[in-house]
Design a binder for this molecule. Sequence first.
Ligand SMILES: Cc1ncc(COP(=O)(O)O)c(C=O)c1O
Length: 407
Amino acid sequence: MHKHHSALGLAKAPNGNSDVAAIVEQRPVQPVTLLRPHAAKRAARFFAEKFPGKSLYAVKANPSPDLLKVLWDAGVTHYDVASLGEVRLVAETLPGATLCFMHPVKAEEAIAEAYFTYGVKTFSLDTVEELEKILRATKGATDLNLLVRLRVSSDHSKLSLASKFGAEPHEVKPLLMAARQASDALGLCFHVGSQAMSPAAYGEAMGRVRDAIVEAAVTVDIVDVGGGFPSWYPGMEPPALEAYFDVIYRAFEELPISYSAELWCEPGRALCAEYASVLVRVEKRRGDELYINDGAYGALFDAAHIGWRYPVKLIREEESNAREMPFSFYGPTCDDLDHMAGPFELPADVQAGDYIEVGMLGAYGCAMRTGFNGFGVEDKVIVGDEPMASLYGGFAERERRSNVVKL
Ligand SMILES: Cc1ncc(COP(=O)(O)O)c(C=O)c1O
């Protein structure tokens, strides 16, 4: 774990972590990212124990080297990388990690460097042209794991990934046959869209996998169900993750190749959403609008651009007794688009100078921060309290109890 040299010189709670109230006492001027490595570790342990196959962390969700090390220490050995930048980052941060280059459209130079310099052998593709590119770039390598990405519906998900990538049913047979010839291990993969709100998303996509295998009549060694596993946000409360794993396991078991194939998944959001929240300061109030010091060009991209809501909490020395009311936020830049409609429910007496914790920003939020308008600087502090919501609560309690030594 990197030491974060906090400009705030923060007091530490008895467990060695800073506590959020102590951070607020320092009255930070910039937004502060609150990191909860214990939450990321718990999510990784959950997938390791309960997903009936191998879990690859989708690095794009949060590429922080600190997080990568937490996941590695928790047993995540495989990483889904989508760019040469991510290949280099993970290879340098975790030299023992296995990297899988799962972007279906790659630069030939990126494939070559990934293969020859970093030993990447697993690539996804959705066209014959990409297959040819991979073979050219690797100089006809014979030790490749090639995963053909199928286009599947995003109907059950909050963020569609159905338009850009994936082979159509009529394209799959020739592609699978060509990839079989060229690969050591052949796989099928898909992505049901991010924040899939129903396990049925995976059941339906596995139907596409079955059709593809039957039609092409090839041996498939890997079935990769991608990402899409949800987290918890206000107004988006998904079923338990075990329900997703059950549907996937049952569908996998029914495939004609299940006896010899490996099952993989590529969770991004589900492994890191609970890892980080952001502490922001209110700089101005105008009625039910709060002008805060982070926004659309910071960690609140999804709140601004796709109207996502996040849990919020007013952090004051003395708790407010005011009733709650809905607020919207303006971010710090000079741009009207820097607006988060919410609504965000907070005590009615919120005012300039108050601090608000915005929860569940560990996935994508923190990863998409820019420096636009000079507002990108922020402090990072590790805290030991619980995230504002968790899909792993019961699991945490059980793990804690199983660690108690009985005499
Ligand atoms: C190929 C691939 N795998 C995994 C993920 C992670 O998805 P999620 O964060 O929804 O789990 C993505 C996200 O875009 C992706 O493109």
